[in-house]
Ligand binder design. Structure first.
Ligand code: NAD
Ligand code: IPM
Ligand code: MN
Length: 364
């Protein structure tokens, strides 16, 4: 079997609660599929938890563990306890992204289960069939540009939004590679603010050039971010395909997109997109599904275990559909149910075990 190391970064708030469930999922995969993979887990601190222990949101040692790992699964960082202090928990996440040069953040928006369609705050006929992958550039733009904090004396602050052609090219190529994987090929919808920002004019020109020269078989269109924000709730299917955008627009649009499948906790990428949910932390009621689906993506993209990733996704779907589909028994509160984080995890594990044993049996 392939030896893999997965670093767990539970972080703050509900982070440890949802990571615990995702870890159990990965452990079950490793146990039943022991002939294919062996996973060593290593847990490190990040965010407020790291600030409390070490005075910094990410230690050199934790970062070194991450660099040595095959994959990293992160919960969430931040919370009221550290909101006004310095350092801030979010700096740990940004340092991790920058140090590992994680330039593309994949945030899929589709229904984990069709039974969730009716839970969406948008009308069923609007959201049915929505299926897109948002690719957010993650290590450039305004998050990492020159900035100046205001002082008491000057009352003046700024942030800057720089992009280089090379930074736009590489994320565009990744978007194109994902678009090509889909049959028929997915269109690319690039989102910018080219009517105002110089960085967006570079973005639009570069995306157009890369696609025209290197991927002439792909279709690309361009939207201004303000109208795209409207379009995303008015006719989200019109954006099916790959949505490609810069760091801050991607942050905002991916939270907006997360309401389509009904809950912030149903989308993810090796980290769920949600935060530390201080309002429900410690109650054991956070929805672990986003993190579990992130673990499925981890299996797919980092451990090359497509069949097992599909098994996890199937297990989640079956549990959300429920044995009693009419009652949708297995839901956390954000999806209108009453189950706890652990009860959801238990049920998904139970179904996943059958799926994985089925894989073993099929291999003989
Ligand atoms: P949030 O995502 O933590 O919470 C927004 C709402 O969604 C809350 O009502 C919360 O209860 C709910 N929610 C979030 N995750 C849930 C889950 N798994 N199950 C059920 N409900 C869930 O956003 P916020 O309140 O704006 O931010 C809180 C802190 O999290 C801030 O410090 C912020 O910086 C941080 N944050 C971290 C990340 C990350 O680590 N990747 C992402 C976003 C926000
Ligand atoms: C996210 C979060 C982070 C971001 C914060 C916590 C720094 O909102 O992952 O979407 O803005 O990138
Ligand atoms: Mn965000």
């Amino acid at each position: 079997p392939k030896q893999s190391t997965v670093v767990l970064l539970p972080g703050d708030g509900v982070g440890p609660e949802v990571i615990a469930e995702a870890q159990r999922i990965l452990e079950l995969v490793a146990k039943i599929r022991a002939h294919k993979v062996s996973i060593t887990f290593k847990t490190e601190l990040i965010g407020g938890a790291s600030i409390d222990a070490h005075g910094t949101a990410l230690t050199e040692q934790a970062l070194a563990s991450c660099k040595a790992a095959n994959a990293i699964l992160l919960g969430a960082v931040g919370g009221p306890k550290w909101a006004t202090g310095n350092p801030r928990p979010e700096q740990g996440l940004l340092a991790l992204r920058k140090s590992l040069d994680l330039y593309a953040n994949l945030r899929p928006c589709t229904f984990a289960s069709d039974s969730l369609i009716s839970h969406s705050p948008l009308k069923e006929n609007i959201v049915k069939g929505v299926d897109f992958m948002m690719i957010r550039e993650l290590v450039g733009g305004i998050y990492f540009g020159d900035r100046k904090e205001a002082t008491e004396e000057d009352g003046f602050a700024y942030d800057t939004l720089p992009y280089s052609k090379a930074e736009v090219e590489r994320v565009t190529r990744l978007a194109a590679a994902l678009a090509l994987q889909h049959e028929p090929h997915w269109p690319i919808h690039s989102i910018d603010k080219a009517n105002v920002l110089a960085s967006s004019r570079l973005w639009r020109k570069t995306v157009t050039e890369v696609i025209e020269k290197e991927y002439p078989q792909l279709k690309v269109d361009h939207h201004l971010v303000d109208s795209a924000a409207m379009f995303l709730v008015k006719n989200p299917r019109g954006l099916n395909g790959v949505i490609l955008t810069e760091n801050m627009f991607g942050d905002i649009l991916s939270d907006e997109a997360s309401v389509i499948p009904g809950s912030l906790a149903a989308l993810g990428v090796y980290e769920p997109i949600h935060g530390s949910a201080p309002d429900i932390a410690g109650k054991g009621i956070a929805n672990p599904v986003g993190t579990i689906l992130s673990a499925a993506m981890l299996l797919r993209y980092s451990l090359d275990m497509e069949a097992e990733a599909v098994a996890v996704e199937d297990a989640v779907r079956k549990v959300l559909d429920g044995p009693d589909t009419a009652g949708y028994e297995f839901r956390t509160r954000d999806l209108g149910g009453e189950k706890t984080t652990k009860e959801m995890g238990d049920k998904i594990l139970e179904v996943l075990e059958k799926e994985l044993l089925g894989l073993n049996a099929a291999e003989g």
